[in-house]
Write a protein that binds this ligand. Sequence first.
Ligand SMILES: [Zn+2]
Length: 404
Amino acid sequence: MNNGPADPVEIAASLIRCDSVTPRDGGALPALARFLDGRGFHTEIVRFSEPGTPDIDNLYARFGSKSPCLVFAGHTDVVPPGDESRWRHPPFSADIEDGRLYGRGAVDMKGGIAAFAAAAANYISACNGDFPGSIAFLITGDEEGPAVNGTVKLLDWAARRGERFDHCVLGEPTSAETLGDQLKIGRRGSYSFTLTVEGTQGHVAYPHLADNPVRGLTTLMDALLATPLDEGSEHFDPSTLEPVGLEAGTGAWNVIPGRARVSMNSRFNDLWTSKTLRAELERRLEAASGDMRHRPDGKQPIRWLIEELPGASQSFLARDEDLIGLLKSAVAARTGKDPKLSTSGGTSDARFIKDFCPVVELGLVGKTMHGIDENVPVEELKALSAIYSDFIERYFDFHTGRKA
Ligand SMILES: [Zn+2]
């Protein structure tokens, strides 16, 4: 077993050199597995399949069999680099210039994985065989893609084998401006749907003979958008509802189309579930479509249909004050900052993990993620690893009563 100090920069560079644009792995998971094997972890690469989606590899690793089991979660897959000629350094080169490590995944989130892998390895070797619990890794290659053959299946797979997790830290790049300025303690839910209005196609010069669905759709959109869904809750911003696409028209100037459709997405807070949200949207649509003041031409109520996109996610909030407190203390000890508790931004795999154990997210500054020239300052990577180290120590001290 290798007991020398683990270097997060070296691990991050070895991962960045693997072209692991979803659904490819490019050798990233085997590289991480090799490192963890060398540190005494039991590792397993598991492949999941589903008709219509690419097969995806995932990595499960665990050191120790006792509880508590602290889990670190993340993804080695990355988004495409875009126009490679615009990159200052090739996106899979892991070049270091002026103290910055360049490459796709540097912050989202090979850097985060390297930081916690090094921290865990160093803690384990410092324990000298007297390890107080377990550390596990749940690493997927399917977070930036459809997320069908990733964390969801890996969690079920682990549960079927009797693996039990007590707490999880997800290493997504959650810091906003400077390292450790915020933790994510929850995420909003996401609900997508189309609203279709059926009309009657006809000649534009004879609108009384047709039923223009574009008129109906604008009335219904106004009914949905005029009043905010809510004003926010204790830990969440107000819920949003945004139109993201519109479809209507035959391309001809003299034809009233027969159908019009809008696509919408809502990011909703803990005052709603996708079910209660849908009920509220339907209530608004019902009231507006049946209000005959919108139909001065004596036509029938507006005919509409909502169709949901499958895979809506619910909002959630981590309610484990101990986990949040330990992470805050580790950040404060290493940076002097008191991180803000946030639930902003898009979704993450925390939405799946929260069904198995409390999960909080802490990682690098996300500013360059998904962009050209994604990079992380080497010092920031080391500082994050030091925060994780501090946290691991506090975690096991707290849960095993090693120290007062
Ligand atoms: Zn990510």
